[in-house]
Design a protein around this ligand. Structure first.
Ligand SMILES: *Cc1c(COP(=O)(O)O)cnc(C)c1O
Length: 463
């Protein structure tokens, strides 16, 4: 797909227009683009990313957003509503994650801009707290290889050494003995995912908790993806291990409201067992000529609209609404997994939940992807081994989507057999699509990825 498909249809702005345009015309242009782009995922054939997909709900959220979009929630004297929204978002999330099980410390939270934001703030909090309390100056963190790259990014940004623990190839779960053996006196935290992005599997949080308690280090549970759906899956009777504050060694959990909380993009909740950990990363400048400055996290000004819309989404659904959507999502995920299991040449990795990943030992599974793309499906591609992942969201719960998946998959498996001696066209890039690059030199792969990113934010080329 071209990076600039609108080039020929609309004016390209290389400088501010001298005279402004009419609102009507601008909105018309925006509506046309939004409508076309929404049509792509409304079919239900796109993995993840559109967690809600209900335009009625989006209208409701944008109404809520619009009332406070212009408000700067950093300036609370002017917007006590932001304090109500943020406090209640945190309280409701802590409750969902069973913070009532915490007795010796005061649980707390922070609303951030997304999963990466929550993970970054958690890593910063562990680093700062360990420095302040234990004089740790060369901090390290141990993560399962399957944990999200946001941990790598946070460690990169904050000068934390990251140790990557291998996972068991069959279960995809972290090798806890490896983690245990790689904790030292500079380790500030270990990580577990509930669930991980790649395979939808839940790390053995209870065992990681034993290790964390034994060594006196933190345990962050990445519930960015699962935080707002796994608790309801568990209530519905699905076999999901405990991963919340009822596990005594869990010291922080991230849960994305902008995923299965069905809020607008741009919010996530980072919760802490102990307020002292959150407060360790508070930022202050007391001697600035512009005034005394403080901020609870990395952001400065934040839109009150995002807090209002996130709050609105949570109180609109309530436990019952979330549970009902979780039921349909888990059922759809089971139907789709049954379709995969009906093919002896396909293999589901580990014991997944609402998100599953499959590979093949008979052919390169990217052949399946090549074919499914022609039928309008968009999966996320993985590597080591090559695999395709499907995060089931509400758009897939529409009538006949799971059935279409089974039918298309049958044809895709035949196609893969026929083409198994050729190289597949698609390959693994998170959140994007690129040519098969497995086995290329790292520098070359980075150059291709940099080109791709350049393309996303380049000055519009001369038409
Ligand atoms: C999405 C995701 C993240 C990162 O979240 P962003 O919102 O993309 O910044 C982290 N961990 C897991 C498991 C995720 O699925």
């Amino acid at each position: 797909m071209s990076t600039f498909p609108y080039q020929d249809r609309y004016d390209v702005n290389r400088r501010l227009p001298e005279g402004g345009r009419s609102r009507e015309e601008i909105l018309g242009e925006l509506q046309a683009m939004a409508k076309e782009e929404d049509a792509f995922w409304e079919t239900g054939k796109c993995s993840g990313t559109m967690y809600c997909g209900d335009h009625d709900h989006y209208h409701f959220l944008t109404d809520a957003f619009g009332l406070f979009a212009h408000v700067n929630s950093l300036q609370r004297d002017m917007c006590p509503s932001s304090t109500k929204f943020e406090a209640e978002i945190i309280a409701m999330t802590l409750d969902l994650l069973h913070a009532e099980a915490v007795h010796d410390t005061e649980p707390a939270g922070l609303v951030t801009t997304g999963g990466t934001g929550s993970i970054a703030h958690a890593m910063l909090a562990y680093r700062e707290h360990a420095r302040q309390e234990h004089g740790i100056t060369r901090p390290n963190v141990v993560k399962p290889e399957t944990a999200h790259p946001a941990f790598d990014k946070a460690c990169h940004l904050f000068g934390i050494e990251l140790r990557r623990a291998p996972v068991h190839p069959e279960t995809t779960l972290v090798d806890v003995d490896w983690v245990d053996n790689h904790i030292d006196d500079q380790t500030v935290a270990i990580i577990g995912s509930a669930c991980n992005y790649g395979y939808g599997t839940v790390d053995p949080i209870a065992t990681l908790s034993d290790v964390a308690l034994e060594h006196g280090v933190g345990l962050h549970v990445d519930g960015c993806l699962g935080g707002f759906i796994l608790p309801f899956g568990k209530e519905l009777g699905y076999d999901i291990p405990l991963f919340d504050y009822r596990v005594p060694g869990v010291t922080s959990i991230s849960a994305d409201t902008h995923k299965y909380g069905y809020a607008l993009k741009g919010t996530s909740v980072l919760t802490f067992r102990d307020k002292a950990l959150r407060n360790a990363q508070y930022f202050f400048v007391t001697d600035w000529s512009g005034g005394k400055y403080c901020s609870p996290g990395m952001e400065g000004s934040r839109s009150g609209g995002l807090l209002a819309a996130t709050w609105a989404s949570m109180v609109y659904f309530g436990r019952e609404g979330y549970r009902n959507h979780a039921r349909r999502i888990f059922e759809t995920a089971e139907t789709m997994q049954d379709a995969v299991r009906s093919h002896a040449e396909l293999r589901i990795l580990g014991r997944p939940t609402f998100l599953f990943s499959f590979t093949s030992d008979a052919f390169d599974v990217y052949h399946v992807n090549d074919f499914m793309r022609l039928r309008g499906w968009r999966f996320n591609g993985q590597q080591y081994p090559n695999a395709l992942h499907m995060a089931v969201t509400r758009p897939q719960t529409q009538a006949e989507v799971a059935e279409a998946f089974a039918v298309d998959l049958d044809d895709a498996v035949s196609y893969a057999h026929e083409h198994k001696d050729a190289a597949p066209r698609s390959g693994a890039i998170y959140g994007g699509v690129a040519g098969g690059m497995t086995g290329e030199a790292d520098a070359f792969i980075k150059a291709v990825m940099a080109d791709m990113m350049d393309g996303y934010q380049q000055i519009p080329p001369e038409g």
